[in-house]
Design a protein around this ligand. Structure first.
Ligand code: ATP
Ligand code: MG
Length: 471
């Protein structure tokens, strides 16, 4: 017992001897006043924080110090006034922000016999707080901008199509949009693969997330991996010093469209398959797996199934992508869609340019009979160009590009008006075919093979239409 009492007494002695140092480490600055606000004691930090020597402060009251502008307001004055503990942020005459607390100490009659105040410099904290709030404002601004951009780039799409094929496609899309299954879109260039991918995204639960459209053929092969997967800082020369988030990571929470998927090199296909299966990816030069959650839509104008059979494309990846398979036929195989598309784009571009152009019956016939090898993209481009360039409000056949009015491309009644007789037309076509075959093969044997006729017939026809045939 006696031993313990000794330890306590020793400690109290030490405490008194080192009073200044101990309070010095507990706060940046501290001050003790009596119950009337006269300064009784200050620690060494006080001098640095307020720029006044301790001997000078000791004879003064906190009210005088406040009047001289060393601090404003005086926390001790506040604690004396409110008769309770007060905490506030104070600005010192040196421009620092300090968080200061003043606690009254009472005697037995609950009179305040002294007030102890202590503070911490929070200038740095306040600067960080300001930076954080600026950043928060900036993020909010970017989020609004991003939202607007997303709405613009992926706004409501008008899908025009009355053909049975398009109706079936639209019904399929409505059925699967929400299912989060991978989709493979197949079709020639310009048939609407990218457009339908956007429609699927808009109709899905991911509509408010990003829609990232990557054309795999447009990115150089040596950059494709780092563009798709991103890279860590310093992973290769020429790379951004901070590293870069990959496009697949950007699609997190939304939809990723990999257009021209057939162009992804085999080695990268393996990495892509792993990312799809495991829903995680590793950046180039990185080791940490990053979680990604996107709906994958792949598109191609190649016969991907054949590429998978011949080993040009990984079979396992093909099966993964091919959960829902949508084939969009070329426009020439759904001719019923041409007229509604012409009407739609005519109105669209008339509105865009403030014009009121219309098609003459003859021009309209050419448009509806043309084969549109570039599909809807070509149709939209032609309509825009002709509407802008043509002089009259009634667009005639003469305003159309040559490839559309070229008789060989067209079929239908307009041709009827132009031919002299059937035999004449057949002869013209025959001449054309023989000439083309002879130009290509340069021998009558070659022509015979190409046109599936006998060699003597080929010889006769070449002699008829082209002079001096080679055997
Ligand atoms: N059914 C449709 N109704 C209205 N516009 C369409 C339709 N299909 C396609 N389009 C329009 O045609 C243009 C070409 O379509 P899109 O870019 O989707 O084709 P794509 O198949 O992705 O071509 P590519 O293989 O070259 O990528 C776009 O401007 C698109 O908005
Ligand atoms: Mg596309």
């Amino acid at each position: 017992m006696r031993k313990e009492g000794d330890v306590v007494r020793n400690f109290e002695r030490e405490l008194k001897a080192n009073f200044n140092e101990i309070l010095g480490v507990l706060s940046d600055e501290s001050l003790i006043s009596d119950g009337k606000g006269a300064v009784l004691w200050v620690n060494p930090g006080f001098e640095q924080v307020y720029g006044i020597r301790s001997e000078e402060a000791l004879g003064m009251t906190v009210y005088e110090l406040e009047a001289k502008g060393y601090f404003k307001p005086s926390i001790i004055a506040k604690a004396l006034e409110r008769r309770e503990k007060v905490t506030m942020v104070q600005k010192t005459n040196r421009g620092s922000d300090i968080l200061v607390t003043a606690t009254p100490v009472y005697d037995e009659q609950r009179n305040i016999k002294m007030v102890v105040s202590y503070s911490h410099d929070i200038t740095e904290l306040k600067a960080i707080q300001r930076k954080y709030s600026n950043l928060q404002n900036q993020v909010e601004k970017y989020m609004t901008e991003l939202h607007e951009l997303r709405k613009g780039s992926c706004g409501e799409q008008d899908v025009i199509g009355q053909s049975l094929q398009m109706e079936k496609i639209i019904a399929t899309i409505n059925r699967i949009a929400d299912l989060d299954a991978n989709v493979l879109l197949l079709g020639e260039s310009g048939v609407g693969k990218t457009m339908l991918a956007k429609v699927i995204h808009q109709k899905s639960q991911r509509a408010s997330g990003p829609f990232i459209d990557i054309n795999c053929a447009a990115i150089p092969e040596n950059l494709l991996e780092s563009e798709l997967f991103g890279y860590e800082k310093g992973s290769f020369t020429g790379a951004n010093v901070h590293g870069k988030v990959g496009l697949m990571e950007l699609a997190d929470g939304g939809t990723l469209l990999l257009d021209e998927i057939s162009e992804i090199p085999l080695a990268l296909q393996a990495k892509l398959l792993k990312a799809i299966q495991e829903k995680t990816l590793t950046r180039v030069g990185g080791t940490k797996p990053v979680k990604v959650d996107f709906r994958l839509i792949a598109a191609t104008n190649r016969r991907l199934e054949e590429d998978a059979e011949t080993g040009k494309f990984r079979k396992d990846l093909y099966y993964r992508l091919n959960v829902v398979n949508i084939k969009i036929p070329p426009l020439c195989e759904r001719r019923e869609d041409i007229l509604p598309l012409v009407d739609y784009y005519t109105e669209l571009f008339n509105t865009k340019y403030g014009l009121h152009k219309a098609w003459s019956p003859e021009a309209m016939e050419y448009l509806t009979n043309y084969s549109w090898p570039g599909n809807i993209r070509e149709l939209a481009n032609v309509i825009e160009r002709v509407i802008v360039i043509s002089g009259d409000s009634m667009i005639g056949a003469g305003d159309l590009p040559e490839e559309i009015t070229n008789r060989r491309q067209s079929a239908g009644s307009s041709m009827l008006e132009e031919i002299e007789s059937l035999s004449h037309a057949v002869e013209n076509l025959e001449r054309e075919l023989i000439q083309q075959a002879y130009e290509k093969h340069r021998t009558t044997t070659g022509v015979a093979k190409a046109l599936k006729i006998s060699q003597p017939t080929a010889f006769r026809k070449v002699s008829k239409y082209i002079k001096k045939p080679k055997e």
